[in-house]
Design a protein around this ligand. Structure first.
Ligand SMILES: NC(=O)c1ccc[n+]([C@@H]2O[C@H](COP(=O)([O-])OP(=O)(O)OC[C@H]3O[C@@H](n4cnc5c(N)ncnc54)[C@H](O)[C@@H]3O)[C@@H](O)[C@H]2O)c1
Ligand SMILES: [Zn+2]
Length: 363
C-alpha cells in the first residue's frame, strides 16, 4: 500500500492506494480520525453487488455501524431527485453530525454522495472509496462534488474535501473495457501537462496496463493522484493553476455536447480533445511536431480515439466551444503545451479555433 497526504491545512487528509486494501477501510478510517458509529455507505446498483459486503464487513469490524444506500447506476442518477432520496435515507437511518458518508463507486457516486455529505446537517465526514479508473485518478481527490441540472452538467455543487481517500486498484478488474480505458486518458493528461517521464513509463508499461497488472496500476494511480494533489494544494478553487487539468477538455466537452452524452465516454472525448489541443499547441505554443505525434501515438496505443469524427463541426459543437466556461469575451482560454510535461494557457478566438481544427481534420 502507498500512502501520502493532501496538504490543505486543517482540511488535510490521507490517500491510500493499494491492491486488495478495501478490507482495511474500517481501520484506516479510524486512523484518519473518524469517530465510529452510524455511517452510510452510498453506492450504485453495479458496484453494490460487487463490493458492498466487504465494505460493510470491514466497517462492522471496527466500531462502525454501517447502513447501505444504493441507487441505480448511471449519470442520470446524479440528480436532485436521487440526492433527495439519499437525504431521506440518511434521516431515516439517524445519521448524526458525528456520522459519516462513505462513497463507494465511480465518479457518479463520488460526486453525488460527496454533495450529500457537504450539505446534510451542513456537512458530515466523507470518505471516498473510488472504484473506476476515472474516480481513482481524478474525481475522488480535490473536493469537487455536485449534481447535474437539466440545463447543464455539474451545475449544482460544492467544494467539499473528503477526510480520506482509499483507492483499491484490484476493484478495477471488474470494470468494463471502455470504462477502464477512458480513465487512462486522464492519466496521460497528467503526463502531458506536468510529468514527461511519466509518459515514458506509460509507453513502456502498455502491456502491463492492458493486463490491469495491479502493481503497475498501483504506481499509475498513486502518481496521478499525487499530481492532482499538487495542483489542488496550490489552487483548490480553480482560480489559476488548477485550470491546467482542463487540458483536452474544451474540445472534449464540445464533442460530448455535439454528439450527445452516449456516443463518447468523457475520457474518450478528452482523448480526442488532447490530440487536437496538442496540434493547436504546435501553432500557438511552439510544441514540436514530433512531441505532438508522440502524445497522439500513446493515446492511440491505449486504445483511445484520436481523430475528430466526421461531421464534428456541427452547431452544438461550435456553440459549446463558444460557451466554454473558461471563455473571456470572444476568446476561449485554452490549455496548451509548449513541450510535453509543461502546460500554459492561451486565449484564442473561438472562430479561429474552429478554423484551425478544420484545417487539421482536412489534412
Ligand atoms: N469531482 C470531480 O473532480 C470529477 C472529475 C471527473 C469526473 N467527475 C464526474 O464523474 C462522473 C464519471 O465518473 P465515472 O466515469 O467513474 O462514471 P460512473 O460512476 O458512472 O461509473 C461508470 C460505470 O462503471 C460502473 N462501475 C464502477 N465501478 C465499477 C467496478 N469496480 N466494476 C464494475 N463496474 C463498476 C458504474 O456502476 C457505472 O456503470 C461524471 O459524472 C463526472 O462529471 C467528477
Ligand atoms: Zn476529465
Amino acid at each position: 500500500m502507498r500512502t501520502f497526504g493532501v496538504n490543505l491545512g486543517p482540511r488535510s487528509y490521507p490517500v491510500h492506494v493499494g491492491a486488495g486494501i478495501l478490507d482495511q477501510l474500517g481501520t484506516l478510517a479510524l486512523e484518519a480520525g473518524l469517530r465510529g458509529g452510524r455511517v452510510a455507505v452510498v453506492t450504485d446498483s453495479n458496484v453494490g453487488p460487487l463490493y458492498l459486503r466487504r465494505v460493510t464487513e470491514t466497517l462492522d469490524g471496527s466500531k462502525f455501524d454501517p447502513i447501505a444506500i444504493e441507487f441505480a447506476a448511471g449519470e442520470a442518477s446524479k440528480s436532485m431527485a436521487v440526492l433527495e432520496s439519499i437525504y431521506d435515507r440518511l434521516i431515516a437511518a439517524g445519521i448524526e453530525r458525528s456520522g459519516a458518508i462513505v462513497a463507494l463507486g465511480g465518479g457518479v457516486v463520488g460526486d453525488l454522495a460527496g454533495f450529500a455529505a457537504a450539505t446534510y446537517l451542513r456537512g458530515v465526514a466523507l470518505v471516498q472509496v473510488p472504484t473506476t479508473m476515472v474516480a481513482q485518478v481524478d474525481s475522488a481527490l480535490g473536493g469537487k462534488t455536485g449534481v447535474n441540472h437539466r440545463a447543464a452538467k455539474n451545475l449544482i455543487g460544492a467544494f467539499y474535501e473528503p477526510r480520506m481517500v482509499l483507492a483499491d486498484v484490484a476493484t478495477l478488474s471488474t470494470l468494463g473495457q471502455r470504462e477502464y480505458r477512458e480513465g487512462l486518458a486522464e492519466v496521460i493528461k497528467y503526463g502531458a501537462i506536468m510529468d514527461e517521464p511519466f509518459l515514458g513509463e506509460l509507453e513502456r508499461g502498455l502491456d502491463a496496463i492492458e493486463a490491469r497488472d495491479t502493481q503497475q496500476l498501483e504506481a499509475i494511480v498513486e502518481r496521478s493522484l499525487r499530481h492532482k494533489a499538487f495542483v489542488v494544494e496550490r489552487d483548490e478553487h480553480e482560480s489559476g493553476l488548477r485550470r491546467i487539468l482542463n487540458f483536452g477538455h474544451t474540445i472534449g466537452h464540445a464533442l460530448e455536447a455535439g454528439f450527445g452524452y452516449g456516443r463518447y465516454l468523457h475520457g474518450e472525448a478528452v482523448a480526442v480533445g488532447m490530440v487536437a489541443a496538442a496540434r493547436l499547441s504546435e501553432t500557438y505554443a511552439g510544441l514540436s511536431a514530433a512531441q505532438s505525434e508522440r502524445l497522439r501515438a500513446l493515446i492511440a496505443a491505449m486504445g483511445l480515439p484520436v481523430e475528430l469524427p466526421p461531421g464534428w463541426a456541427g452547431e452544438d459543437f461550435i456553440r459549446a466551444i463558444k460557451l466554454d466556461k473558461k471563455r473571456l469575451g470572444d476568446k476561449v482560454e485554452f490549455v496548451l503545451l509548449d513541450r510535453l510535461g509543461h502546460a500554459l494557457t492561451h486565449r484564442i478566438d473561438a472562430e479561429e479555433i474552429i478554423e484551425q481544427l478544420s484545417s487539421q481534420s482536412a489534412a
